[in-house]
Design a protein around this ligand. Structure first.
Ligand SMILES: Cc1cc2nc3c(=O)[nH]c(=O)nc-3n(C[C@H](O)[C@H](O)[C@H](O)COP(=O)(O)OP(=O)(O)OC[C@H]3O[C@@H](n4cnc5c(N)ncnc54)[C@H](O)[C@@H]3O)c2cc1C
Length: 443
């Protein structure tokens, strides 16, 4: 066992935008990052929704430490007001960033557990001077144990969609329907590679967030070319209007426009809306899917696209001493700041290392995963999280605590396009310590 952990790398789980930004900040601080990425290449999760256009322009999507590294490598920044697709974000920013970071990223390396060398969760003695141990499953089926002075979990939530059934559980028949392909993944490439799955079919989209809006708009485009395509949209709430978001009041114009276009399609009858739609089960009807509901609003469709949000996979962290908000599954102090039941605007105070710390020394959850089940995360929030953590790990407490965020507002206080936000709003402008900021963000 190594007692001097300072010689060990800081391991980052996941090479998404926040994981790579963490590596850039650690590099800038003279620390040694090692990024472990499950996918065959960086940003594998974003590739999963690569055809979707982001609602935040480039100016909010580029981390400052990453920018400095890229510019030293001769990178040309994109038009800061343009809205990239997921694929463009990867091709024009994250792939060059990975190249600029040089040899600190291992792809094909899925982290399956995090613990401490030779001691389990129950042992307290010498915990903070004992290296963290990260177990990695390799592509050939073998395992590798890697040691770290600190671990930053930036593995996102993309691989864990929320189930469609009520009570937070899969409905009877749901797993089988997904395995048979009648239920797709979120954000399929409706007008791209997966077009044939949807053209001329009856498609049901379930959910009220940004992903649902994107899929519905893509389906409407497809229906213009193939008029037999039938679009149904089901939400649990009694009224769908909250899903339109801030429209012209949204500071992110693209996100506001999304809501307006959706409203127009619903009002013109292109999209058939089903409210108070609570799924109780699935049955097969030939090669179609019968969606059963609690209030006898059953529907038979050709294919169902879920857009019901995501939740974090905490199983890989079960040997660590975590402190999580019991409802949102975000770090304890962060949970109340982002809980969608109370923060419908997604207002978030700037926060960094202190708020993100756990009883487990040197371990942090950042990025999309740090928001647990809350749907309101933006990349810029994650960039500030990892800037602060890198400063703390480098011993610069003042920089770690001087947290600041500058994000656009949605222009709505009762809902957003991010999901289940339907409670009264918190004030959108907040002042915390030495930093002031307003943010109101949903994805
Ligand atoms: C459709 C959509 C649109 C969005 N639009 C915006 C937007 O416009 N603006 C904005 O600011 N935010 C947006 N977001 C929200 C959020 O900023 C993005 O999801 C962003 O990609 C989150 O970054 P991340 O690095 O935290 O996680 P991810 O991008 O999800 O990256 C996590 C990485 O970890 C890897 N990984 C997962 N598990 C493991 C493991 N066990 N071991 C090793 N590696 C692992 C994954 O393969 C992935 O590469 C959007 C999200 C979605 C889904």
């Amino acid at each position: 066992m190594q007692n001097n952990t300072t010689e060990l790398p800081v391991i980052i789980i996941g090479a998404g935008p926040v994981g790579l930004a963490a590596a850039a900040h650690l590099h800038a601080r003279g620390l040694r990052p090692l990024v472990l990425e499950a996918g065959a290449s960086v940003a594998a999760a974003i590739r999963g929704w690569g055809n979707t256009r982001l609602f935040s322009p480039w100016r909010y999507n580029i981390d400052e430490a990453a920018r400095r590294l890229l510019e030293a490598d001769g990178w040309q920044e994109p038009d800061l007001e343009a809205l990239p697709t997921g694929h463009e974000l990867v091709d024009d920013y994250l792939t060059p960033l990975a190249a600029a970071l040089k040899d600190v990223i291992r792809t094909g390396s899925r982290v399956v557990a995090v613990s401490r060398e030779d001691i389990d969760k129950t042992r307290s003695a010498n915990r903070d001077s004992t290296p963290l141990l990260v177990r990695v499953a390799l592509a050939d089926g073998s395992y590798d144990d890697v040691h770290a002075r600190s671990v930053i979990d930036a593995s996102g939530t993309w691989s864990r969609p929320n189930p469609l059934g009520r009570s937070g559980l899969p409905a009877p028949g749901e797993t089988r329907a997904a395995a048979s392909g009648l239920i797709t993944q979120s954000l399929p490439a409706v007008t791209g590679a997966e077009r044939e799955r949807f053209a001329g079919r009856h498609v049901l989209v379930v959910g009220a967030g940004h992903s649902a809006a994107n899929t519905l708009l893509d389906l409407a485009e497809l229906a213009e070319e193939v008029p037999e395509t039938r679009i149904s949209w089901a939400v649990r709430s009694a009224d769908v209007s909250s899903a339109y978001g801030g429209e012209s009041d949204d500071e992110l114009a693209a996100r506001g426009a999304l809501g307006s276009r959706l409203r127009a399609l619903v009002e013109s009858g292109v999209i058939d809306v089903h409210t108070s739609f609570v799924i109780s089960g699935f049955e097969f009807s030939g090669d179609r899917l019968r969606v059963l509901t609690t209030e006898a609003k059953d529907l038979t469709v050709d294919v169902l696209v879920p857009a019901t949000g995501f939740r974090p996979d905490l199983s890989i962290l079960s040997e660590l001493r975590l402190e999580l908000d019991p409802a949102v599954e975000a770090p304890r102090q962060l949970g109340p700041l982002i809980d969608p039941e109370f923060h419908s605007c997604g207002s978030v105070e700037p926060h960094g290392e202190q708020v993100l710390s756990h009883p487990e020394p040197g371990f942090y959850i950042v990025g999309m995963k740090s928001y647990g089940r809350a749907p309101t995360f933006l990349m810029a929030t994650g960039y500030e999280q990892v800037r602060s953590i890198a400063a703390a790990l480098a011993g610069d407490r003042a920089a770690a605590d001087a947290v600041h965020l500058d994000l656009p507002e949605t222009g709505v206080c009762s809902t957003d396009l991010g999901g289940s936000c339907d409670a009264p709003a918190e004030p959108q402008l907040v002042s915390v310590g030495r930093s002031t900021q307003a943010s109101s963000t949903c994805c």
